[in-house]
Write a protein that binds this ligand. Structure first.
Ligand code: LMR
Length: 394
């Protein structure tokens, strides 16, 4: 029967990682999948994570099942991390999920069960997995303009004009910070406009925040999100501990639902339990147990914050180096966008031909939409990167 299947659609990010692994060249550069690497090219296990793992090794009493909601200490801590100081924290519920992808699918299924005719609006360009996840849940997906490839900034007028058309049957999926793939974030004034448009027009904001702490800082990255949750009755949030806790393979994330009151939020949570049970029964525990222990142990939390800040400082430093070294080499400031963008990624505007040449001739791996993972670069590789970019006519 399986001969009936059509050819699979290749994931543009994961297929690139596989090709990179198979490349024997020693000077190859992986600027594909969103993974932070230090200057030795390593994605280290954070010291706070190691300490939490040590604690768990010595103190975890059992490996028996935890439950549909996952670790409730984690759920509470993650809600607090996102919503501390907002009034909305008291009308929010959270559910631990297998990564943020698991959270996106969970909320997509919930939307489909609540209001099957909903259209989810995603940014163009956007995270490569947003559309597949929403469509897999049976939802309609449309995209809104977001990025101006000429200026490598926000296409503000076109974006806001599209938002002005949205109504009660629409969900607006936004990136909380560190937009993937562009690196172009919304200004606080845009979040204010989105909140008041949502109040007037009735669309529901859905904020995916997978890179909290990689933009301007842990709290600063929440400014837009926290404004929206305090102004709007219902908001959906997905979050990930892959990047800011470096827990990639542990698949640690959460779905957060803010409703008009706690009772409505709890009802939604009960329906989410049904989705969990019919899907994976319960999420994996190890990553969430680590995060829960770090966030509830003041010294470990302090250590984690310091390590997160080191990563942020390094990413910002790489962005500045890219700009200044391109400037020194070309005498032009065409690459200033590297310094202006936020988070791990930047869309460079390279053509498909240039991207292919970089991979084939120089062993530099870049996603097909011209996204580069700045956070995965090493300072010493920047001159090679610049020479290669210029050699293909960037
Ligand atoms: C990325 O965009 O590279 C990461 O968020 C990994 C993923 O899940 O796609």
């Amino acid at each position: 029967m399986f001969e009936l299947l059509s050819e699979p659609r290749k994931d543009p990010i994961l297929s690139l990682s596989a090709a990179y692994k198979d490349d024997p060249r020693t000077n190859k550069l992986d600027l594909g999948i969103g993974v932070y690497r230090n200057n030795d090219g390593i994605t280290p296990v954070m010291a706070a994570v190691k300490a939490a793992e040590q604690y768990l090794l010595e103190n975890q009493p059992s490996k028996a099942y935890v439950g549909l909601a996952g670790d409730e200490i984690f759920n509470e801590a993650i809600t607090h991390l996102l919503l501390a100081g907002t009034e909305a924290e008291h009308r929010a519920i959270a559910l631990q999920t297998p990564g943020a992808s698991g959270a996106l699918r969970m909320l997509a299924d919930l939307i489909r069960q609540t209001k099957p005719d909903t259209t989810v609006w995603i940014s163009d360009p956007g995270y490569v997995n947003h559309r597949p996840i929403m469509e897999a849940a049976g939802l309609k997906v449309r995209s809104y303009p977001y990025f101006d490839p000429n200026t490598k900034t926000l296409n503000e007028a076109a974006m806001l004009a599209q938002f002005a058309q949205l109504g009660p049957d629409d969900i607006l999926l936004l990136h909380g910070c560190c937009h993937n793939p562009t690196g172009v974030d919304l200004e606080f004034s845009h979040w204010q406009q989105i909140a008041s448009m949502s109040q007037k027009q009735g669309f529901l904001p859905f904020i995916d925040i997978a890179y909290q702490g990689f933009g301007d800082g842990l709290e600063q990255d929440l400014k837009g999100l926290q404004h929206v949750v305090d102004q709007v009755e219902e908001v959906l949030i997905t979050t990930s501990c892959s990047k800011n806790f470096g827990l990639y393979r542990e698949r640690t994330g959460a779905a957060v639902l803010v409703a008009k009151d706690k009772q409505t939020a709890s009802k939604a949570r009960s329906r989410m339990f049904e989705i969990v049970r019919a899907n994976y029964t319960m999420p994996p525990d190890h990553g969430s147990a680590i995060v829960a222990h770090i966030l509830t142990t003041p010294e470990l939390k302090q250590q984690w914050l310091q390590e997160l800040n080191t990563m942020l400082t390094r990413i910002k430093g790489l962005r500045t180096s890219l700009r200044t070294q391109f400037q020194a080499k070309t005498g032009e400031d065409r690459f200033a966008f590297f310094e202006h963008h936020k988070g791990m990624f930047s869309v460079t505007g390279l053509s498909t031909e240039q991207i292919n040449r970089l991979r084939e001739e120089f062993g530099i791996y870049i996603v097909g939409d011209s996204r580069v993972n700045v956070a995965g670069m090493q300072e010493q590789a920047i001159p090679y990167l610049i020479d290669s970019f210029l050699a293909v006519g960037a």
